[in-house]
Ligand binder design. Sequence first.
Ligand code: NDP
Length: 324
Amino acid sequence: MTEFCNAIVATAPGGPDVLKLAQVPMPVPGPGELLVKIAAVGVNFIESYQRDGTYTVPFPFTPGAEAAGKVVAVGPGVTSFSAGDRVATAEGIGCYAEYAIFPADKALPVPSSVPLDVAAALPLQGMTAHYLMNSAYHVEPGQTVLLHAGAGGVGLLLTQMLKDREARVITTVSTEEKEELSRVAGADEVLRYGNFAEQVRELTDGEGVDVVYDGVGKDTFDGSLASLRTRGTLVLFGGASGQVPPLDLQRLNSGGSLFVTRPTLAHYLLNAKERLWRSTEVFNAAASGKLAARIGSRFPLADAGAAHRALQGRVTTGKVILEP
Ligand code: NDP
């Protein structure tokens, strides 16, 4: 007899209301896969782009790449994990569910001192923060960084990691509450978005910053370019306000021989060694108390639509979690 479990299923692209709770057949782990009972799901902005059709995915669609839980069964050939192990991933399949499949080679062991909800808050945004500051652009101690959405999921983690690197961190946020959170995470200066490029020039004696990390996109891109020093780098890593339109490359010349890159996490987790490096540094920092993951909102699995509405509506801080 087929067993069933609850999962969020969208039958067609659309707004947050297309995310509906449904009964689906229990996933069966294939070769190299784990079946995981999900304790907490990390909600990420990419799932809103997938849900509304900005990024193409096949429908019916169960979103969710990031979660943590306990292994209940392993597929053929898996020797690295067994039933009962605590695992997390940034690369799971259909994680908005009570049970989901994690590829064993993309599953991360969770240290016993890290609770499973915190483990669900770290892999995707933590490894993103890690590659942004170590690989997309390598930040050196003493450099000055501008980071948008400083109180967001990536923002709070990246701020802490940049301060640990001894960089000077300038953030942007939209509210007083977010300003306070960004400061607590370590930001040296916290700005509002209006005329931020001018304020950055003033704060850097006219020079501009070494690097801008911009996950807001459409609304901030021009100001981000205008905030860079000569030969500075703009790392455009998302479009929370919308995607950036095509760029006239001559603007990089007139702006000061600038660099722009548009990275994505998958290309910075190319192999087991890279995944192990990033995940170990992130989880060790969390286990030692050096890196705090702030879970700003929790929603029951059935309310995934409300979670998306909150994330896209700019009312969340830190991590948004779904609990099956
Ligand atoms: P956040 O928690 O940062 O939420 C997005 C934040 O963006 C909001 O809270 C808001 O903060 C800010 N924002 C500014 N303008 C808008 C707008 N018009 N609508 C909505 N939000 C706006 O989300 P995440 O940490 O999950 O992700 C941040 C960005 O990083 C996203 O663009 C995401 O796609 C990207 N990302 C990219 C990855 C990659 O590898 N390329 C991997 C992971 C995330 P405020 O109110 O303070 O402005």
